[in-house]
Write a protein that binds this ligand. Sequence first.
Ligand code: BG6
Length: 512
Amino acid sequence: MPREDGRWRNPLRDRRDKRLPRIAGPSSLIIFGVTGDLARKKLMPAVYDLANRGLLPPSFALVGFGRRDWTDEDFANVVHDAVRDHSRTGFREDVWERLAEGFRFVQGSFDDDASFDRLRDSLAALDAERGTDGNHAFYLSIPPNAFPTVCEQLRRSGLATADGDSWRRVVIEKPFGHDLASARKLNAVVNSVFPESSVFRIDHYLGKETVQNILALRFANQLFDPLWSSHYVDHVQITMAEDIGLGGRAGYYDGIGAARDVIQNHLLQLMALVAMEEPISFEPKQLQAEKIKVLAATRNILPIEANAARGQYGPGWQGSERVAGLKEEAGFSADSTTETFAAIALEVDSRRWAGVPFYLRTGKRLGRRVTEIALVFKRAPHLPFDKTMTEELSQNALVIRVQPDEGITLRFGSKVPASSMEVRDVNMDFSYGSAFTEASPEAYERLILDVLLGEPSLFPVNEEVELSWEILDPVLNSWAANGTPDTYESGTWGPKSADEMMARTGRSWRRP
Ligand code: BG6
């Protein structure tokens, strides 16, 4: 593009270089639910890590809202302990001191008008003293049944709307409802106070580096794309296995179960990223549009009874430790029917994926902690080897190792040295630890920064949440109508019914 002085100007130069660090503008983060686990283990440490990386503005403020009779100093002590115990980056006194100047605590309860009036006054004072400029993000780390009251209070006190160029945003944590009907109600309540563009729904899996890398793997490379369809893929397995039990979490988990806890959100989001078409750009709207298409085209494989499995952990061994079953954990009753393992089989009704099952499974107290996505390829149509030579050759697989030991594995067959032509599975590995020197930020660092920057790409929209419930509801209804979960021994890979579900089509679960 020629300039008036006749010299060439590169239009790309005028755009901001996307490699530069993104630093939040003047703003505050207000946390509701400061005494909860999430606030202590994830949110407070992430705020500190962002400050330590120089990504928060000098005027940043962190405000706690809660019933405790705390002073600002008490609140600072709580944040200090949380940061000491859980932050990713090392503790630096100078960073801490600068950050702590912006800490405030507002004592109050959700149903009390005066508490929210005090919050409004505190935020106005912060705007004046520290220059937070009227930019405030409200983080609801509270049970969903409190959302309507808090949203209504934010509206009543005038905190939900901003003047001029300032902004107000609300951040909500799952569960986004219990089923489709309740999710719709919840969305209606939130949207009656905040426009959809100001609502940031957290699915922390989208904040993980390895999950964002699915888009790089698929759309920056030519190598994998031709294979990425029913022509070559036999099926896809998405596994989120945890070795921990549910001691201490009965209040949240009992009556919710594994499917609502993580399939409705994390696992369906992973599936959408694996199955979606290339977006026109990485603009939030384009990305969401592609994920929405996948979710709208996703169906349960029928009959559901034979294509889903659920279980509840009984006593067993986790390594060398003897562990209790769910029914013996504090807060769970002896007749609890909450599932701690869930597996479902889905299909995506599209030209690319017709006939390819997507198997999603998750569980607590399984053999080990691992989250991975495996594309398992069809067998070669013909093997010109003696049968005995390929007994240890299974199907080729591309495995995205989400965590731990983050990376990607390609499994294929190779000749065993010194044999005449015996072929056995081998792995080719990419591992973050050896390929990069930079450590990956925690998911919450990325997501909190994106909220403050008003960057919505990594936050599922209303429609995604509702479509996910549409997929899960038939499974939940079938379970509610039919019996109780099977029991599996802690430390194993789930109930027998999950293996049987795969065996019916001649497949089996991976043992990561
Ligand atoms: C949460 C679930 O969303 O994810 C928990 O509610 C689960 O039950 C947790 O333990 C796992 O997160 P991560 O990042 O450790 O895999």
